[in-house]
Design a protein around this ligand. Sequence first.
Ligand SMILES: [Zn+2]
Length: 384
Amino acid sequence: MTELLYYTDAYISRFTATVLSCESAGNAWRVVLDKTAFFPESGGQSADTGMIATSRVTDAKIKDGVVYHITDSPVTVGEVCDCSLDFEERFAKMQCHTAEHIISGLIHTHFGYDNVGFHLGGEDVTLDISAPLDRKELDFIEELANRAVFENIHVVTEELFGDAVKTRAYRSKLDFSDADSVRVVTVPGYDACACCAPHVSHSGEIGIIKLLDFCSYKGGVRIHMAAGSRALADYRKRYTAVAAISASLSAPQCEVAEAVCQTVKRLSDAEYKLKEQELIFARALAEALTYTAENRVEYLPMLTLASLREFSNFAAAKTGGILVALTGSEGDYKYVIYSKNRNLSELSGKINAALNGKGGGRGEMLQGSFSSKLFEIKDFFEKL
Ligand SMILES: [Zn+2]
C-alpha cells in the first residue's frame, strides 16, 4: 500500500520517494512509489499532475491502496526521486472541494436534500442534488456559504475509529457502518462529510464561492460552481464580456442587460418594418410591369425569397405564359415560377433537369434553385 502523504498534510507540494516499480503501459508508464502526495482520481475529483524526477505525471489512479502514477517517461526502480505537484492547480481544487462540502452541508441542513454526484475536473465543478432548487434558494445557500468563508473557520480532517464510525453524524455517499475507520472532514457549524480528498485548513483560504448555472438533472438539480482562483478567473472572463458589451452599447456596465434588451427590441422592430417595406417594394415592381402573353424571366437580386413570392403573386396577372422570378447570384439562383395557364407540375422535372435545378411545387407555383447561368435560364424559358 502506498503511504498517502496528502491524507495527513494537504499542503505537501514537494517530497522525495523511492520508486518501487515502473511498468510500460502503451505510450506511458505506471509508476508506484513508497509514498506520495499526488491525489489519485477518486470521489469525483481528477488526479493531481506534476513531476517524478524528470518524468511528467499526467494522471494518477488508486487500486487496493496502491497509487499508480501515469508518467510520460520511465523512472529507475529503486531510485530516490524528487517529486513535485502542480500545486497551484491542486490548491484550486482544494478551494473548490471544501467549498462544495460547505454548499452540500448547507443544502442538507436547510432543505434536507443530498449531494448525489460531484465532479471536480480541470475546469468545471458540478454538484448534483437529489431534489430541485431554484435560483432564490441557491442565492440563499451561496450567501451562507460565503459567510462561512468570512468566518475563516478551522477545517478539521480526522480519522474516526471504532464506535465513532457509527455514532458520529456525518454525510456520506457510502455506507461505513461496517468499516473499521472513516476519514471525516468537518467545517464546524456547516458540515461534516466522509471524504478522502485534500482540503484547505481554514475556510478563509477558499476565497469567494459562486454558484453559477444550474439545470434539472435526474429529478434534482445539477449546479455548476466556482470558488477561489477559479471564481476569480470566471469573474475576469465575465467582466471582459460585460465591459465589451458596455463599450459597444455606450451603457454603464451594471445596466447592460436593459441596454441589450432595448437594442434587441429596436432591431426586431426594424426587421419587421424592413420586411413590410420589401413586400411593398415587390408589389410595386410587379405592378409596374406591362402585360405580356409570352414567358417572362425577371432577375431581381435586391429581393428576398419572401418578397420574391409576393412579386410573383402580382406579376403572374401580367404574364400570359410562365413567369420566372429569380433572386440570388450566378450559380445559385433562387426561383419562384408561376403560371395560371401551364401545368407546372408536369414541367417541373424538365425545368430542373435542363437548368441543374432543385425544387418543385404543385399547381400554379414552383419554388427552388438553379445552379446554371442567367443567360441559360432566359434562353430556356424563351423556347419553352
Ligand atoms: Zn469530499
